[in-house]
Design a protein around this ligand. Structure first.
Ligand SMILES: Nc1ncnc2c1ncn2[C@@H]1O[C@H](COP(=O)(O)OP(=O)(O)O)[C@@H](O)[C@H]1O
Ligand SMILES: [Mg+2]
Length: 231
């Protein structure tokens, strides 16, 4: 069953001269999908549409049909702004309480273990490593008990070790995950579907393995530029 079903979508911001998303058709079920493409190709805007933020927060004009089944949690690229409380324990207590749930020690530990941050639950979030801060933002989003997790460029501020740890932790998360990312080489064993954006349209939608066949001996983001898939 499709949890996300987008048909004939066009979207532009209030200040846009042209459509920023252009004739998007996309169905996503319970799977892991990476949305990739060059800077300005529309990855973030597509996540904002799925999160229901595009028109409500940014305004603008949306044409077409966007159906999203279930609860969505969205971790923006500036994940540093995502955790509001001084410690992760405070944050999880806050997020659980705000949903009318009891923030039991067992639930906080379960969440901490899920994203491998159980040892830093009581540390000041600003003192954690960037990788730990990224996982703290993700676990705070997961405390919302979403059906769909949207991550915008989760690798942008973390080192390769942090990326490996994040992906290992996310492997325990059994819900739909859509992540916008252009560092595809980390994802070969992790996602099997890639949606490639080019100028606001979908240029490719299929297995990552097939996209990799296009690859020669250059890093994928660069390859995308060479192929004309990127700005
Ligand atoms: N809040 C905004 N207001 C107006 N234009 C925006 C806004 N955010 C993004 N854009 C424009 O939308 C286009 C797509 O941007 P974005 O979705 O951020 O792409 P990506 O995430 O792939 O880099 C770009 O031309 C960008 O300048
Ligand atoms: Mg972006």
């Amino acid at each position: 069953m499709a949890l996300i079903d987008i048909r004939d979508l066009y979207y532009k911001y209030p200040t846009s001269d042209t459509w920023i998303l252009n004739n998007i058709n996309l169905k996503i079920g319970k799977e892991r999908v990476v949305v990739t493409g060059g800077t300005g190709s529309g990855k973030t805007t597509l996540l904002r549409v799925i999160a229901g933020l595009a028109t409500k927060v940014y305004g603008g004009e949306l044409i077409g049909d966007v159906k999203v089944v279930g609860k969505v949690a969205y971790v923006p690229q500036d994940f540093d702004l995502y955790v509001l409380m001084p410690t992760l324990r405070d944050e999880l207590t806050y997020v659980l309480t705000s949903q009318g749930l009891t923030p039991s020690e067992a639930e906080i530990r379960r969440l901490g273990e899920l994203l491998d941050v159980k040892d830093v639950l009581d540390c000041n979030v600003m003192k954690l490593s960037m990788g730990q801060r990224q996982r703290a933002a993700v676990v705070s989003a997961l405390a919302l008990r979403p059906d769909i997790l949207l991550l915008d460029e989760p690798f942008a501020h973390i080192d390769p070790k942090g990326v490996v740890e994040l992906l290992r932790a996310l492997s325990n998360v059994d819900i739909t995950i859509v992540l916008a990312e252009h560092k595809l080489r980390y994802l070969t064993n992790w996602v099997d579907r890639v949606v490639l954006m080019k100028d606001g349209s979908i240029g490719y939608d299929g297995p990552l393995t097939d996209l990799s066949k296009l690859d020669l001996d250059v890093e994928w983001p660069l390859k995308l530029v060479i192929e004309g898939w990127s700005s």
